[in-house]
Design a protein around this ligand. Structure first.
Ligand code: NAD
Length: 475
């Protein structure tokens, strides 16, 4: 078992203020795989002070300097690829066959993408006596979830570094290992001391200090809507910028004239990826009543193709849930679905055969789900698909938009033009048409209670920029 003794603060590995530790559990074996320090308030204050002290120099560094360090970091991540894969396999049970593709490749690509955009900070716009320039917002606090631990970190870290911000980051308690690897990498490539600071600890205990501290200029939070609200409340007194990336309950509308086989298979694969622990998963499949039974049969056949098992087996496509706690939450929702009268067509509350140990859940599909059922309204965050039938396309759009969330949506229609016409009417930050997928080139974020931030793409950099106007005398 790995024992990590130190936090990374001010460019140094230093012991945490308290001797308390957090044990990281491998959800496939239910055995501890690492211990990490549990940072307390003094550690957070030290990290914020280090980030503050480093800010002026880093903000004044040239775009070339920042880009070169970011590219060196990306190269070193490539060199440490196997370690990054192992961090995801051991702490969240991600199958080794998917870890690189789902978690690491886009993080490395994202760092390179924003390195190429560091020079955007030097863009100036001039109009008569008004000059508008860009400045980095300052010290940023990042609080991250366990479901895409490296990817979510990088969606914040890469644009923040490109902009010239300094950072204090806190990984989720369950999945901290990749953050420690990143600290080792930054140490090796020579990122200036204090630009990146890592505190591992309890969100409830140190999260409010990170978001409320007056020396923190911006807090970027990814996680549940409930915790995101707490972060915004803690941040309110200091009127800092708050970027929230929260939960979802995203619809996939399949039209009557769509290629049903392709559409349903796409939807099932999307929900089952990462064992259903994906904030933008298309978990509500809306199917025309005329093709409903056919769609259910295709979905059941597609789910049966998932290979559930030991994430270290290269043939496996679905590992355990990231924790036993998450497994219990998902099982609770499956029980609720059965109780409310949805028809279980595959999966269920039993562990997959032969996988009684570990946080495993069967790929599960409910048919005859109605929009008012709990499983159609709340985020389950597990491999559970809800299939809802509709009579008329207008109803499908109304059902799709009838949610407190608005993170993502999907449309599968006869062709791209028809899909686009529906996509324009959906209240969601990203809309995937005809089998489209997430890409780091596109802004990602939510409508409604899915959050207010935009990560990735050109817009992802804007979150870390203050716009300053310098106004001379008018003629
Ligand atoms: P969570 O809210 O329980 O935890 C997220 C982080 O917040 C953790 O680091 C945790 O320690 C910290 N935290 C918990 N309580 C806090 C508090 N009161 N103040 C400050 N920090 C606190 O969420 P989770 O279970 O780790 O992640 C799953 C959720 O994240 C899902 O709802 C999912 O949809 C969402 N998510 C959203 C996105 C997105 O980009 N919109 C991406 C990934 C995950």
């Amino acid at each position: 078992m790995k024992s990590i003794e130190s936090l990374y603060i001010g460019g140094r590995w230093c012991p945490a203020n308290s001797s308390e530790t957090i044990t990281v559990i491998n959800p496939a074996t239910e055995q501890p795989c690492a211990t990490i320090p549990k940072a307390n308030e003094q550690d957070v204050i030290r990290a914020i002070e280090a980030a503050r002290a480093a800010f002026d120099d880093w903000a004044a560094s040239s775009a070339e300097t920042r880009a070169a360090l970011m590219l060196a970091t990306a190269d070193e991540m490539q060199a440490r690829y196997d370690d990054l894969v192992d961090a995801h396999v051991s702490s969240m049970g991600c199958p080794v066959s998917l870890a690189g593709y789902l978690h690491i490749d886009a993080a490395i690509e994202g760092l390179r993408y924003y390195a190429a955009r560091a020079a955007r900070m030097d863009e100036i716009s001039e109009q008569e006596n008004v000059t508008v320039i860009k400045e980095p917002i300052g010290v940023c606090a990042f609080i991250n979830p366990w479901n895409y631990p490296l990817h979510q970190l990088m969606g914040k870290l890469a644009p923040a570094l490109a902009a010239g911000c300094t950072i204090v980051t806190k990984p989720a308690e369950q999945t901290p290992l990749q953050d420690f690897i990143m600290a080792e990498i930054f140490d090796k490539v020579g990122l200036p001391a204090g630009v990146f600071n890592l505190v591992s600890g309890s969100g409830r205990e140190i999260g409010p200090l990170m978001s409320g501290h007056p020396q923190v200029d911006m807090v970027s939070f990814t996680g549940s809507t409930a915790a995101g609200i707490q972060v915004a409340l803690s941040a309110a007194d200091t009127v800092k910028r708050v970027c929230q990336e929260l939960g979802g309950k995203s619809p996939l509308i399949i039209t009557e004239d769509a290629d049903l086989e392709a559409a349903v298979r796409y939807g099932v694969a999307d929900v089952m990826a990462n064992t259903g622990q994906t904030c933008n998963a298309l978990t509500r499949m809306l199917v025309p009543a005329s093709r409903y039974n056919e769609a259910v049969d295709i979905a059941v056949a597609a789910a049966a193709e998932q290979r559930v098992g030991d994430p270290r087996d290269p043939e496996v496509t679905m590992g355990p849930m990231a924790s036993n706690r998450q497994r219990e939450t998902v099982i609770g929702y499956i029980e609720q679905g059965i109780k409310e009268g949805a028809r279980l067509v595959c999966g269920g509350t039993q562990a997959p055969s032969g996988l009684e140990q570990g946080a495993y859940v069967q790929p599960t599909i409910f048919a005859d789900v109605t929009p008012d059922m709990t499983i159609a309204r709340e985020e389950i965050f597990g491999p559970v698909l809800c299939m809802i039938s509709y009579d008329d396309p207008e109803d499908a759009i109304a059902i799709a938009n009838d949610s407190i969330y608005g993170l993502a949506a999907g449309v599968y229609a006869k062709d791209q033009a028809s899909a686009m016409a529906i996509a324009r009417r959906l209240k969601a930050g990203q809309c995937y048409t005809q089998g489209g997928y997430f890409t780091i080139k596109a802004p990602f974020g939510g409508y409604k209670q899915s959050g207010n931030g935009r990560e990735w793409g050109e817009h992802g950099l804007d979150e870390f920029i203050e716009t300053k106007a310098i106004i001379g005398p008018s003629d």
